[in-house]
Design a protein around this ligand. Structure first.
Ligand code: CAA
Length: 381
């Protein structure tokens, strides 16, 4: 068992960390308060070969392993979680299902533009009545000459209003259940696609979270992803990987909060001493660091298992559950260490705290992770 990062992994970590430090962190507060997603930065991330770092080289990706990808997501999240979320979408929620289930033509058409940052690809599963209960979709598809017509609406689609292309999950008829679901590649500019409003959110504010609707949206038959009826399996197997990515985001938010708290505690003098010399503060920092390290190993192990080709559903749920709850706890404690300053935007911790809260919600709430873990342990649905 080797716990050390290899040369490639260290190099990727350094590139992503330097980019986050120089290009994202100085503007993180602006991105958050202005709800600003900078497409120029998406291109810059792509120029560093990070936008498709885990996707195959023959389609423009970086061809690196999951640990390189997770390190990238963690480091970029330390700079700006919303911009990091695009890397997560491209490698995980949009890129992975294309690589695993797509035809050669689909891969050649849809993967290169997301690796270069020229296109933004999104994952459209959730609906107003189908959140945790993801198989109860009401967005339908019907067969028509040469393809399918999609009707219905989606909510909470990360980067929806900035998307160029999406994977849309739809059901053959309402109530058909998991086996009635299929996945489709849809160009956002297609007739019948309507971009709705962006949510006003607590965190991840630079990344639009959008309502989308489809009215007789024609999708050619060659845009079916995988086989008909395979959509739920595609969504769930994709979310296994997505959940590790959320774990990496959680690490990034917590690591940043911990480092800010350590620095602040060293600088802040009260009762004649830096507050870092008080055990009350050291205990907070010790707990933060311990929780963070525990979660990091779960996240990395889940990524490693994925690369071994083993079933990693359980490991991914463990990683997501532990890391996201850790992230909320660590950013909460960081706020406590900073006191009133932790509540003010200038010190960044309040933003990290708000962002961390989402990690327990998207790509399956903590409760859904417990369901996945419970079912895996007992074999009972
Ligand atoms: N991989 C492959 N197949 C899987 C799977 C996995 N991880 N999990 C389930 N399946 C298959 C099952 O084997 C089953 O197929 P068979 O009947 O052929 O065996 C089928 O899917 C149905 O499985 P279940 O009966 O277990 O499904 P369920 O309806 O009970 O749901 C659930 C299970 C775990 C609760 C699931 O609904 C779930 O994960 N819910 C959370 C949804 C979620 O994470 N949403 C996130 C939205 S996306 C998002 O946040 C994106 C964004 O923009 C940020």
């Amino acid at each position: 068992m080797d716990f050390a990062l290899n040369e490639d992994q260290l190099a990727v970590q350094e590139v992503a960390r330097t980019f986050a430090e120089k290009r994202l962190k100085p503007r993180a507060e602006e991105f958050d308060s202005e709800k600003l997603m900078d497409r120029g930065l998406i291109k810059e991330i792509a120029e560093l070969d990070l936008m498709g770092i885990g996707l195959p080289e023959e389609y423009g990706g970086g061809g690196m392993d999951s640990i390189c990808y997770l390190l990238t997501v963690e480091e970029l999240t330390r700079g700006c979680s919303s911009h990091a979320a695009v890397v997560m979408l491209h490698n995980s929620l949009y890129g992975y299902p294309l690589v695993r289930y797509g035809t050669e033509e689909q891969k050649q058409k849809y993967l290169p533009p997301i690796c270069t940052g020229d296109a933004i690809g999104v994952f459209a599963l959730s609906e107003a009545g189908a959140g945790s209960d993801a198989s109860s979709l009401t967005t339908t598809y019907t067969k028509t000459d040469g393809g399918y017509l999609i009707n219905g609406s989606k909510i909470f689609i990360t980067m929806g209003s900035m998307s160029d292309t999406m994977i849309v999950f739809a059901i053959s008829e309402k109530g058909a259940g998991a086996k009635g679901i299929s996945a489709f590649m849809v160009d956002t500019k297609s007739d019948g696609v309507m971009i709705g409003t962006n949510e006003k959110k607590m965190g991840f504010r630079a990344s639009p979270t959008t309502e989308l609707s489809f009215s007789d949206c024609f999708v050619p038959k060659e845009n079916l992803l995988g086989n008909e009826g395979e959509g739920f399996k595609i969504a769930m197997s994709t979310l296994d990987g997505g959940r590790i990515s959320v774990g990496a985001m959680s690490l990034g938010l917590a690591q940043e909060a911990l480092e800010i708290a350590i620095k602040y505690a060293g600088d802040r003098v009260q009762f004649g001493k830096p507050i870092s010399s008080f055990q009350a503060v050291q205990f907070h920092l010790a707990d933060m660091s311990t929780m963070l390290e525990q979660a990091r190993w779960l996240v990395w192990r889940a990524g490693w298992l994925k690369d071994q080709g083993d079933n990693y559903t359980l490991a991914a749920a463990h990683a997501k559950l532990a890391a996201s709850e850790m992230s909320t706890a660590v950013t909460h404690k960081a706020t406590q260490v900073l006191g009133g300053y932790g509540y003010c935007a200038e010190y960044q911790v309040e933003r990290l705290y708000r962002d961390a809260r989402l990690t327990e919600l998207f790509e399956g709430t903590s409760e859904m992770q417990r369901i996945v873990i419970g079912r895996q342990l007992t074999g009972k649905r």
